[in-house]
Design a protein around this ligand. Sequence first.
Ligand SMILES: [Zn+2]
Length: 349
Amino acid sequence: MANINLEETLKLITDLVSIPSPSGNTNEVITFVEKFLAELRLKTSRNRKGGLIATIEGKDSSKHRMLTAHVDTLGAMVKEVKSNGRLKIDLIGGFKYNSIEGEYCQIETSSGKKITGTILMHQTSVHVYKDAGKAERNQDNMEVRIDEKVHTAEEVRALGIEVGDFVSFDPRVEVTPGGYIKSRHLDDKASVAILLQLIKQIQTENIHLPYTTHFLISNNEEIGYGGNSNITPETVEYLAVDMGAMGDGQSTDEYTVSICVKDASGPYHYQLRKNLVRLALENKIDYKLDIYPFYGSDASAAIRSGHDIVHGLIGPGIDSSHAFERTHQSSIENTARLLNKYVQSELVL
Ligand SMILES: [Zn+2]
């Protein structure tokens, strides 16, 4: 397989992060992925929960392999229309209020109307509030300021906004001249872009995979149960492609592919991990082994839901995850190169 087209992958990441898709409202982004795969003459199907599955027949169809990445992201939902014309929100996924303070957002009403706003502390103006800096960043103090002339709950409701409307955060995506990608939702849209580019290569270069391989674009990972279904009984290996977690004491960085050896769910399959390391070494792919302390993946969710599979987790290193995320194109490239070799390798069992 030829090297990956980095430029196309970065463009795809930019396109994906720009489509709002908080867990629970992923139809638009799944439709985008569906079209991308249809153009590659690949048949796909949706599962009932709204994820997408694409299958490529391999030389051996008695044993299968599955790869997954998730398109759902963090987000919020309107919890209450406040009497001051602002919105109280409830968070979707695991993150803290301070990571969305000051963020531009979009409210999608149930009729599909989109209205913009900003997520702010109620006590933001230092000219008015003495405790602006100290007040706790929480559900009671933070609210959405809607970009419309509204001062009462009635006026907000007249716009069509109601409890249960989805709120998505502006990704503010930027690719810097030095090759950094700064954006929200790199978790896990960077990996989705890598998988889509991999599928494109397999299709356009007519690569015959050793085993029938399924690609599951999952849509409920951030809430714990994205890729834990639609796994065929023939599936031996299941690899989640999801962000590597960075921070103090972590070996993961923005330049290599992170191979997860253990997360909060326990160790990943030992032999599969060893195979991934061997593939990286043989092909001079820069990698890091790491343990993610507060993390679970679609692969561990699949094991938990009772699937007898060999499970693994790899992905690009993402700095300040679930907040102001950033990675570098070298991490994207190393992840893509390892996946290229992986889909053409022998299974563990
Ligand atoms: Zn993720």
